[in-house]
Every structure is written in C-alpha cells, then in structure tokens.
Design a protein around this ligand. Sequence first.
Ligand code: UD1
Length: 420
Amino acid sequence: MRYSMKGNGPLIGDVYINGAKNAALGIIPAAIMSDDTVRIDNLPDVEDVRVLLEAVEGIGVSVNRIDRHSVTINGSGVHTIRVDNEHIKKIRAGYYLLGALLGKYHHAEVHYPGGCSIGERKIDQHLKGFRALGAKVIEDKDMVIVEAEELHGGHIYFDVVSVGATINIMLAAALAKGNTIIENAAKEPHIVDVANMLNKMGAAIRGAGTDVIKIKGVEKLKKVEYSVIPDQIETGTFMMAAAVTRGDIMIHGIIPQHMDAVSSKLIEMGCIVTEYDEAIRVVCRGPLRPCNVKTLPYPGFPTDMQPQICVALAQAGGQGTVTESIFEDRFKYVSELRKMGAKIKVEGGNVAHIEGVEKLKGADLAAPDLRAGAALVLAGLSAEGKTTVDGIEYIMRGYEDFDKKLRSIGAKIRIETDSK
Ligand code: UD1
C-alpha cells in the first residue's frame, strides 16, 4: 500500500491528536499486572497497540473493546508466561511484557524485540536491571527468558538513558519486595504516564520525570480507570506539517509543555507558535530559516521528530545541520529525499548537513521506518507535483487516520492499493 499525494499549498485547519502510542505500549503491560479489571481510555487505534493487545490476549488476558479508543483488560486469566506470537516479533514494545510478567509471576519468556530498524537497539540495560532485581536472564536464540525465585528491590545505574529500560524496570520493581532506585532514568512524558497509572493501581513510585526514580514494591496492584496522555510525536508531526506547507494548523487535545523542544526550533525557523491550555497553533507564512538541531533524551529534541525537521530544513533558506545522538542508523530516508532534489550530505553516519532548496519535486519514494515514513509524506505535501510513498504499513504502526487528518486540513492525499 502506498500514499499518493500532491503538493497543494498551505495546510489550514484543526487537527485532533490521539493518545500516545509509546505510553499506551507501557500502560497495557501495566494493566495485566493486576487481577482486577482495568479500563484504559484514549488508546490510539494504531497497529502497534493492536498487536500488543492481541499478544496479551494470546496468553490468556481478557481484552474487551468498549469503543475505538477504550478497552477493559483483565489479567487474572494468564495461563502462560511465554509470549511468542508472529506479530510481537515486529514491534519494539513486546519487551515490556518481560517486566510486567516478571513482576507479577517472577517468570517471563518473550520474543526478542523488533521495531524500526534505526540502529542496534540493544536491551542490555533492561537485562542489567532485571538482574539487579534478582532475576536470572537467559537469551535463548530469539527468546529472552527472565526468572526469579524472589524478586527484590535493587539499585540500578543505567549506562545509557533508555526509555524502554526505565519503564521495564519500573514495571517489574512495582511488585518486587523492598525498595528500588533507578539512576540515570529517562524522563520522557510517557514514563511519567506509566508511573502515574501504576501509582493509581496502588504502586509506590516517586521521581518519574526526573533522573532518579524510587520504587517501593507493593504486594498487588488493583483496578483503575486511566486515560493515556496525548501523543507528543503525532503533535510534532502536524506542527511540522504547518511549517513545511507554510500553513496554519490548530492542534487540539495536547499538552503544550511536552512540545517545548519542537516549538523552540520552529520559532527559530520563523514560525509563529501559540500555546493554549490544551492546544497549540503553528502558523508559518514566510520562508523557513535554517537552524542546527541535535536529538537528545527528553526534554531535548526528540529523535522521533528528527526526520520531520530534516524535511523542513531541506526547504529552508540556507544551511542547517541535524545531529542524531540516540540511534546510529536513522538517516536511511535521506536517499529518498535526494530523489526529490533535496541537498543533504550525511557525515559519519550521524550528522546531516542540509542546504535548503526552494522547492522539492515530487518523486516515488519508499518509507524505511515509521517516523521517516511520516516525514516523507510531509515532503510530498510540500513538493511540486505528484509523490508516492510506499510501505505505509510502517506509518500505520504509529499514526491513527494519518491521511484522513491531513485531508481534513486540505491535503490531497489518498491510499493506493493497486500495483503501479
Ligand atoms: C523508545 C521508543 C522510540 C524512541 C526511543 C527514544 C517505544 C516503544 N519506542 O525506544 O519510539 O525513538 O524510545 O526516545 O517507546 N540502549 C542500549 N541498551 C539498552 C536500551 C537502549 O544501549 O538496554 C540504547 C539504544 O540502542 C539507543 C538508546 O539507548 O541508542 C536509547 O534507546 P531507548 O530509549 O531504549 O529506546 P527504545 O526504548 O528502543
């Protein structure tokens, strides 16, 4: 399947943001740690979430869809701690079932995580954390097995700042015996969201959102009704859509503070960004100015917005740079942008030097991964002529109704399923 689109001038109008994919992917495993029924609202209807729900159903969790964005989950019927279905291999967040099942049952066997191919993406910090809680770790072909006779608190200092490892250890330690301290923890909004949900379930987690998280293990987790925070990256992607099409987009249902790093770069590039209580408006009238961007853990500029800002810089008046400091292989999409006439040189694998051009030209492109796929769509919507972006399955893993939302603000984009 591919998107087919034509640059059609400024995108103007209102867009509503769904729940955060990466928060939802931590919240579903948290929910199965209780034997009570947990209700989750504002779940985004995206492929990664569907896969994780299917995977937990496969081990005996009862999942009841209330509507498109709400489910109830009851984890009392888990009959196996081995998660090895066809689809779980494709997503990254399967690794959270290690922490959740280890915490609850002291034993988990989960397929090695997949996800976008943007770097080596080791899980050694997750495993180091599980060991510190008393677990034995076995890596058996494609499976990761963690098992503990007694799961106890531990003191963990992460060597790298890892979103996944921070959430995973929080999950397991929530039900471990005694106190856990995580140092050099990641601070992303979805870490705070998972901690808030666990605390509402009766966990005792302090410090989420700072780099030291303290967890006092509790005996069990109880029922809760919880609503997932809005998606920071979906928001950023639409902010960037306003910039690249010289548009005016009002983005609703968001938390503006989560967008500070993106907003400040857009302001530097000449856009007007106005914050409201739960909305943000991005207006871009004149030409874009170049800037230098470096991806960093939160509150720095998010790596998941790196391809999108690169598309904006490819059309700015002058030279900019983008330095990727989280993942080693996140510039695969640059060869696609070059087909559109973009002038980008990647140096040492992690620095892109970008010389803005007046206008990109339509081309036939392929999405190499989720966020780069969304960025190529932004490029197509700001280019002259027709662009196709193949491999939109990647984009559907993380964006709900992406094409529909873009059409609602004036984009000419549709899905093509036939062969060319
Ligand atoms: C999560 C997000 C992803 C986002 C990334 C960074 C999910 C499902 N995915 O991915 O969208 O791009 O955070 O914000 O939430 N590392 C290690 N050892 C480890 C763990 C990580 O060396 O055990 C390294 C990674 O290779 C990477 C860096 O640490 O270079 C950050 O990775 P991490 O924050 O863990 O990202 P993910 O959890 O994979």
